[in-house]
Write a protein that binds this ligand. Sequence first.
Ligand code: LMR
Length: 329
Amino acid sequence: AWTGSRQADQERIVYDDEQRGLQKQIIIYFSHVVAENTPKGLAAQKFAELVEQKTNGRVKVEVFANGSLYSDGEELDALLRGDVQMIAPSFSKVTELIPEWQVLDLPFLFHDDNDVRRVFTGKVGAELLGMLEEKGIKGLALWSNGFKQMMGTTRPLVEPDDFRGLRFRIMPSEVIDKQFRLLGGEPVAVSFDRVYRALERHEFDGQENTISNIYSKGFYKFQPYITISNHGYLGYAVMMNQSFWNSLPKEIQQNIAEAMDEATRWNLRQSKAQNERELQQLKRREDVHLYLLSETEKRRWERKLAPLYQEFTRRFGSRLLNEIKKSDE
Ligand code: LMR
């Protein structure tokens, strides 16, 4: 993994025209694991541009894509150590630190993008982000990628029984692990940077992911049976090291918050458009077989997966879930 002299790198002396003097430039390293041309990659770049504009170049956000600094198994620790100032892991990867975040991994939690927007930018989103504080993390925003689809290596996955005995790559998440076990599959957690090689070696019979991840990483080459199930949601917790945030001047914090707000609103529109566009691209490919799960078939998955809701409520109560459902209405 990358190690740098943080203190030395973090502040560069720059000439500031307006103040006619020397000022320290603040550098923020933002590390993520997906490709640049994805909802998360593009939102990170957008945020970087906005921060630079709003601070007149006083703050520079350097974005590192494709896990080039840290893999998704390492980035949370790197953030807590302060080796990197910003990351945006998927919700699943936050659940180990804050188990209540499992709520966001529950299947069929959101019906459409409007539900997602209301929850991410509303009261529940703020509450979830607030939970990060006691862990030494400043939660800045929830970003979206899109709905997850189910992929099969040799055949389509349509009925719950189709999952029986198959091996699935999953993100590290108790809920997702149980989801595949309830369907009779065998889930194995693998970090994102290792998925492509694992598929090349035929280690898995299936996985779930969003169209933009499937498309940008070429997963469809190995798992060409894609069921448009929209059964789960892949979103990200955009976070900053808390002591780094606290060390920033108030005015810079304000600029960053504004830039994040704009980037988040942009991300909600962009992610939807990108997933739709790339789905059209996949439709055009003869080597990809798409299947649209019907509402009746969905209900069968839901029934099979209902114990996940019972277990969540048993462990954490129903308040958070009810809040989410309320904002859906
Ligand atoms: C995955 O591991 O499949 C995703 O969380 C990757 C990502 O960050 O979109």
